[in-house]
Design a protein around this ligand. Structure first.
Ligand code: ZN
Length: 260
């Protein structure tokens, strides 16, 4: 099992990060991608990844929430960070018009710049899109032929949105959102429409604690050790064998991020 999206630099993991990783290893998580959401965060992700170069990989980039921090200086720094062997993708970047912590203009600018960066570096791109599908696709589409590999992480959209991603061979990241019978109702119906080769699985920990965990952790914090629970839920919804699905999605992750 491979967790393609963990916010391991989060303050929520400050006290017990090594235990969190230990627990993930104990349940069979064989590797993870640490998400960079700001420049500082990307630097921290690289530092953490050095603790075990065969287990941790990371993305570098600026999340749409922090698009207001994007600048020429950030771009210069990202150029330097790219040299680090643990860096496997640009992102998390994209658009989030649901919670506009940065203006739409700032988000669009930072998104475009990071797409250009992914093309320049020949790296996969790790994308976030919420309540912005139309604008998101209109920016992304012209670049698709030049982008090496594209991942829409934490997909929670509509069938039409899913179909438009699949039409362009965009890989789809599924989180524990799928374990929520209410909020995830739409996603649960769509999960079988994703071709196996396009499916990637992530916890997005510490966020998005799977609603169906039993018992629920008292901390209410999500952890990569809950990845098997998410995979199991997806396997049941797709009518597939969990072990096979774990194998397939691990291979997908390694192939997508070029991790041998
Ligand atoms: Zn996201």
């Amino acid at each position: 099992m491979f967790d393609i999206g963990v916010n391991l630099t989060s303050k929520k993991f400050l006290q017990d990060r090594s235990k969190v990783v230990q627990r993930a290893r104990a349940v069979g998580v064989t590797g993870m991608v640490i998400i960079g959401s700001t420049l500082l965060d990307s630097r921290q992700a690289i530092v953490l990844a050095k603790e075990d170069v065969d287990y941790f990989f990371c993305t570098i980039g600026v999340h749409p929430h922090y698009a207001h921090t994007w600048s020429q200086a950030v771009l210069v720094e990202l150029h330097k960070l790219r040299e680090e062997p643990s860096v496997v993708a640009i992102g998390e970047c994209g658009l989030d018009f649901h919670r506009s912590f940065s203006t739409e203009k700032e988000q669009i600018y930072a998104f475009q710049s990071q797409i250009e960066l992914a093309v320049e570096f020949c790296l996969p791109i790790f994308l976030h899109c919420r309540n912005a599908h139309k604008c998101f696709m209109s920016i992304l589409k012209p670049w698709l032929p030049q982008l090496q590999a594209v991942l829409l992480h934490c997909f929670t959209g509509t069938q039409a949105e899913l179909e438009s991603y699949l039409e362009y061979d965009i890989s789809i990241g599924i989180t524990g959102w799928v374990c929520d019978e209410q909020r995830g109702r739409e996603l649960r119906k769509l999960i079988s429409l994703i071709p196996a080769k396009r499916l990637l699985i992530e916890t997005d920990a510490p966020w998005l604690l799977p609603k169906s965990l039993d018992p629920m952790p008292t901390s209410r914090r999500n952890e990569p050790c809950f990845l098997p629970h998410i995979i199991n839920t997806i396997a049941v919804l797709r009518g597939e064998d969990m072990t096979e699905l774990a194998k397939t999605t691990t291979l997908n992750a390694r192939k997508f991020f070029h991790i041998i």
